[in-house]
Structure formats: structure tokens, C-alpha cells
Design a protein around this ligand. Structure first.
Ligand SMILES: Cc1cc2nc3c(=O)[nH]c(=O)nc-3n(C[C@H](O)[C@H](O)[C@H](O)COP(=O)(O)OP(=O)(O)OC[C@H]3O[C@@H](n4cnc5c(N)ncnc54)[C@H](O)[C@@H]3O)c2cc1C
Length: 233
């Protein structure tokens, strides 16, 4: 009986949180997405330091359309937008985050390893054979390093041991003294600031030392294409 009561209280409470009229007034009609939308979600649950107050609106996107919808909504409502990965490089204050936070869900955790494509070489030149690896932005870097190693692909060794997601790694140009993601990044698929799907070559991301222009350009990275070599990882 007590368990039933507790369950009912929890259901009523979560319904109130989801349909809080004050929040609805503040943010207009919150869009429907395939993923989920939470109000006043504690950021401490999403940062590796386990600190950070509530985000006004916290969305877990499950497909590119979700991201487009959310970005367009933030733009039309003039809401500040923050995209997060695994939260290993985030320090969020106890006051939390005003506006919309987007986190990419399990729909962005696929890794595809494509057959090698010959790069064009002039007669007599060595032709380099690269395997293209397409990784969803929510794939964790250690998972990606393991998948590449298992496939006998080389190029990610310098990123072994770095925590966080592929999206975060691109945004931070993550790396070590043995290499950084810039060395192997070909392009990203992203949602632009107006909610449009775009493909951006690595050269246009302004990748520098542990930095990029990803946030400045208002990009939400959905997946990254990397060029790896067959070799001894
Ligand atoms: C113990 C420890 C060791 C570390 N060692 C290293 C190291 O050796 N080398 C190194 O480079 N870093 C290191 N870091 C820092 C951190 O792991 C990296 O910066 C990592 O790449 C951040 O990824 P994340 O998914 O956690 O991103 P988050 O911390 O969630 O976000 C970081 C930035 O990326 C942006 N971002 C995240 N995902 C997306 C997306 N999909 N689209 C657009 N923007 C996005 C966020 O807005 C934010 O600006 C370390 C951190 C810890 C805690």
C-alpha cells in the first residue's frame, strides 16, 4: 500500500513538473520530440564532477529531426542553447543553466566502419588506403578507440584514455602529446544555428589547441567522419 502511495505521488509530481504552467508560460509551447524533455533537470546528473544546478529545459534528442526541432525552437524563443556531451569538461554553477540544454541520446551512439577508399595518386605514387569511420556524437571516445583497435585500424592511439563523447572531443579538439582529433577528422554532420542539417569539413571548424569554433558557429555535432589507416594500432 505504502509503495502504491509513493508511486502515485511520484507520478503526480512528475506530471506537475512536466506540465508546470509557469514554465509553459515562460517558454511557450515546448516542442514534441522523439526523445524526452525535462524541466529543471539537475545538471549535477550530467557532469563528471557531479555539480551543477538545474537547467530550465533539458532535452535528450534521439534523432537529427529532434535536434533540428529543438534548435529552431530555441531560436524562435530566443533561448540560450547549450549542447553537452558526457560533461567531462563542464563546470556548471549551483545556479544552473538558463535556457535549453541538449544532450544526444542513444540514437547517436552508432559506429560505422566503411571499406577503404583509394585516395587519388599520380602514377608511380603510393596510394594511401583510408578507412572512413563514422561515429555518432554520443559515442564515448574509449568505445571508439576500442572499435578501431578491434578492426585493426590505426590513428586514434593518441586519444586513448580521454574521457567524454565524440561530439565533445571535436568541440574541444581533444588530444594528448601523441595526437589530437584534428589529425584524423574529415568532416562532421551537424545542425546549424537555424536548425538546418549541414556537412562541415574539418578545415572549417577552426580546430586549435583544445579549442574550436563549433560553439561560436552555433553547431550541434551529430556525427564525425574520421580517416583511419589499416595498421598496427
Ligand atoms: C580525468 C579527465 C582526463 C582528461 N584528459 C584529457 C586529455 O588527456 N586530453 C583532452 O583533450 N581532454 C581531456 N579531458 C577533458 C575532456 O575529457 C575532453 O575535453 C572531452 O573531449 C570533453 O568531452 P565531453 O563529451 O565530456 O564534452 P562536454 O564536457 O560535455 O562538453 C565540452 C564542450 O563540448 C561541447 N559539445 C559537447 N558535445 C557537443 C556536440 N555534440 N555538439 C556541439 N558541441 C558539443 C560543449 O558545448 C562544451 O563546450 C579530461 C577530462 C577528465 C575529467
Amino acid at each position: 500500500m505504502q509503495l502504491l502511495q509513493a508511486t502515485l505521488i511520484l507520478i503526480v509530481w512528475s506530471a506537475l513538473v512536466h506540465f508546470d504552467p509557469v514554465m509553459k508560460k515562460a517558454f511557450g509551447d515546448i516542442p514534441k520530440i522523439r526523445g524526452k524533455i525535462l524541466l529543471n533537470e539537475e545538471m549535477a546528473k550530467h557532469t563528471s564532477l557531479k555539480v551543477g544546478g538545474p537547467a530550465d529545459v533539458f532535452a535528450v534528442a534521439e534523432d537529427p529531426r529532434d535536434v533540428c526541432t529543438l534548435v529552431r525552437w530555441a531560436t524562435t524563443q530566443s533561448l540560450p542553447l547549450l549542447v553537452i556531451g558526457a560533461g567531462t569538461n563542464l563546470l556548471v554553477s549551483e545556479k544552473g543553466i538558463r535556457g535549453l540544454v541538449i544532450k544526444l541520446g542513444s540514437g547517436f551512439r552508432n559506429i560505422h566502419i566503411l571499406s577503404p577508399a583509394n585516395s587519388d595518386g599520380a602514377p608511380g605514387q603510393t596510394v594511401t588506403r583510408h578507412h572512413q569511420v563514422i561515429a555518432g556524437a554520443a559515442v564515448q571516445m574509449p568505445e571508439l578507440v576500442k572499435a578501431a583497435t578491434d578492426a585493426g585500424l590505426s590513428g586514434l592511439e593518441g586519444l586513448a584514455g580521454i574521457p567524454g563523447s565524440v561530439g565533445g572531443a571535436v568541440c574541444m579538439n581533444a588530444g594528448t602529446q601523441f595526437g589530437e582529433i584534428k589529425d584524423i577528422l574529415v568532416s562532421v554532420r551537424a545542425v546549424g544555428p537555424e536548425g538546418e542539417l549541414i556537412e562541415v569539413p574539418a578545415e572549417e571548424l577552426g580546430l586549435g589547441y583544445r579549442s574550436s569554433e563549433v560553439s561560436k558557429k552555433g553547431l550541434t555535432i551529430l556525427e564525425a567522419t574520421l580517416a583511419l589507416r589499416l595498421g598496427d594500432p
